[in-house]
Design a protein around this ligand. Structure first.
Ligand SMILES: [Fe+2]
Ligand SMILES: [Fe+2]
Length: 265
């Protein structure tokens, strides 16, 4: 019998993407089947583990050095999909990190993030399979790491993590994915369009989970979600949000009308 949060920590420390994906699915199944327990109050320590352990490729580069992707070459399309695969890989890791790092949350919190980890593993798999069908694989292009950098920055407080990772960084995906989907639609690359639809749908759920736990923590601490978010965004240097925004998806993900109006649209 293993414990869910300890297992999440161990899988986070795995280097190989395929191994990690397989173990996440197994972990989800084991938890559903009650083959593993949950200890929400344990304070775990990463000890000597390097987190996350990542493969030697892709090479990480600053966001501004990422080349513009062309849609009229296979390499350009594969490189655009590769940037998504890298986000999905980081997203598996961020879900695992949310599970092991923060104690004393309700059981549902850990179960929600386990579901996110499983869905991110699926996203990674379908994107990478498609990249392979184009003759490339994960690691073949450089990638930027801004999603993981925000995870690192917010490791001291679960309220900051919820505010700035799912409901800021992942919420940007809700705005960006339809635009990428439409670029593939234009060139009639329908497999990619289908993959992006699945991702968009699931990501609404991930942002909703972030909103739910952020609002839960604000209520617990007697904070207004609007001012708490503003303060946290300033303290942790969150990126300034720029439109166009996918208001419909953001609304579905649980942002309030007041929060949407503060986006300045
Ligand atoms: Fe995803
Ligand atoms: Fe996600």
């Amino acid at each position: 019998m293993t414990e869910l949060r300890q297992a999440a920590l161990e899988i986070l420390a795995m280097t190989d993407a395929q191994t990690k994906v397989g173990l996440v699915s197994q972990l989800f199944e084991d938890y559903q089947e009650r083959r593993i327990t949950l200890n929400s109050s344990g304070v775990l320590n990463q000890g000597e583990l390097e987190l996350p352990s990542r493969p030697s490729k892709p090479e990480l580069i600053p966001p501004l050095q990422v080349p513009k992707r062309r849609m009229d070459t296979v390499g350009g399309r594969a490189s655009l999909l590769h940037s998504l695969a890298h986000i999905e890989f980081n997203a598996i890791n961020l879900a695992l990190d949310a599970i092991w790092r923060f104690p004393n949350m309700p059981d549902q919190y850990y179960e929600d993030w386990l579901k996110v980890a499983k869905e991110e593993s699926y996203h990674f798999t379908i994107v990478n399979e498609h990249i392979r069908s184009l003759g490339f694989t994960y690691g073949d292009f450089p990638a930027h790491n801004s999603l993981w950098e925000m995870v690192e920055r917010t490791k001291d407080a679960v309220i900051a993590r919820m505010a700035l990772v799912p409901r800021t960084m992942e919420a940007r995906g809700l705005d960006a994915v339809p635009m990428i989907r439409d670029r593939f639609k234009q060139i009639k690359e329908l497999t990619a369009v289908d993959i992006l639809e699945i991702i968009l749908q699931d990501e609404v759920g991930h942002v909703a989970i972030g909103n739910h736990w952020f609002n839960f923590l604000c209520a617990k601490e007697g904070l207004s979600p609007i001012s708490a978010y503003r303060d946290l965004a300033r303290k942790y240097c969150a990126p300034k949000l720029r439109g166009p925004f996918n208001l419909e998806a953001r609304r579905q993900a649980g942002f309030s009308e007041e929060e949407l109006s503060l986006l300045g649209v």
